[in-house]
Design a protein around this ligand. Structure first.
Ligand code: ADE
Length: 253
């Protein structure tokens, strides 16, 4: 749900996510909230803020009606899939649809939240604009508030694209090599190790010898070492959490 559907489509319909859409592995619909406003003269979707304050607020009505329409279409889709014996999950047609509001007033997105959301059949994402959204409609529909970082953007569209991209990578068939989503930075709580391609020597710099010798065990050891070193240097708080987790695991054994 957005005021700028072209922005979402331009961002997501390119590259790997675009290919996944063309192949029918994921579906994306950028729904224009403005199409649902009852103020048909100027198609207004925002108004002044009660109690004063700068700027305008997105009103509840267009968002609520937009949401109801999307929900109706999702339910119809589920019925059609069930009739064709294609229902992918065991929850049938009654499973609530998660509605995510992109907002800086929330917990910051993590890889574990991304993998959790990738398990859903459908996601509805609300992109805010102006000074925000009337709280009452948020209370009615939002199940998850998500921030992409402690900084403020002009709208929720870029954050929504970040979320869609990150979640899509975990949908089977979106990435060529299903291994690459699993060996990513963060998947094991560490940053990824450095990688090299041809040529063996570039600008006088050699590819580390261990990667050329063909001993897979040694390669794995080297990569873990590099991951640990990089995480300690660049993200000490992640490193501490990793060390703590592995200490607990050893104590359990
Ligand atoms: N909208 C504006 N800034 C945002 C952020 N950092 N994360 C999510 N949504 C936002």
């Amino acid at each position: 749900m957005t005021l700028f559907p072209e922005m979402i489509e331009a961002g997501i319909k390119c590259g790997i996510t675009g290919k996944a859409i063309n192949k029918g592995i994921i579906e994306l619909e950028a729904v224009n909230i403005r199409d649902y406003t009852n103020e048909r003269k100027h198609l207004k979707v925002d108004d002044y803020i009660y109690g004063g304050g700068a700027g305008l607020l997105m009103q509840a009505q267009p968002i609520w009606d937009c949401y109801l329409d999307i929900l109706k279409r999702i339910r119809k889709d589920r019925e059609r899939q069930a009739a064709n014996g294609l229902t992918a999950n065991s929850h049938g047609n009654g499973k609530p649809v998660r509605v995510i509001y992109m907002t800086p007033q929330a917990e910051v997105l993590t890889q574990s939240k991304v993998t959790e959301l990738a398990g859903e059949e459908e996601l509805i994402i609300l992109c805010g604009h102006y000074e925000g959204v009337d709280e009452r409609v948020l209370e009615e529909i939002v199940t998850d508030n998500i921030s992409i970082g402690d900084y403020v953007l002009t709208g929720g569209e870029l954050p929504a694209m970040v979320l869609i991209d990150a979640v899509s990578r975990f949908v089977p068939g979106v990435l060529h090599n299903s291994e690459s989503a699993e060996t990513d930075s963060f998947q094991n709580g560490l940053l990824e190790y450095p990688q090299y391609s041809r040529p063996e020597i570039w600008n006088g710099k050699r590819v580390p010898g261990v990667l050329l010798a063909g001993d897979h065990e040694k390669v794995d050891e080297w990569r873990l070492d590099q991951s640990l070193k990089r995480t300690r240097e660049r993200r000490p708080e992640l490193y501490e959490a990793y060390v703590e987790k592995h200490r607990e695991k050893r104590e359990e054994m």
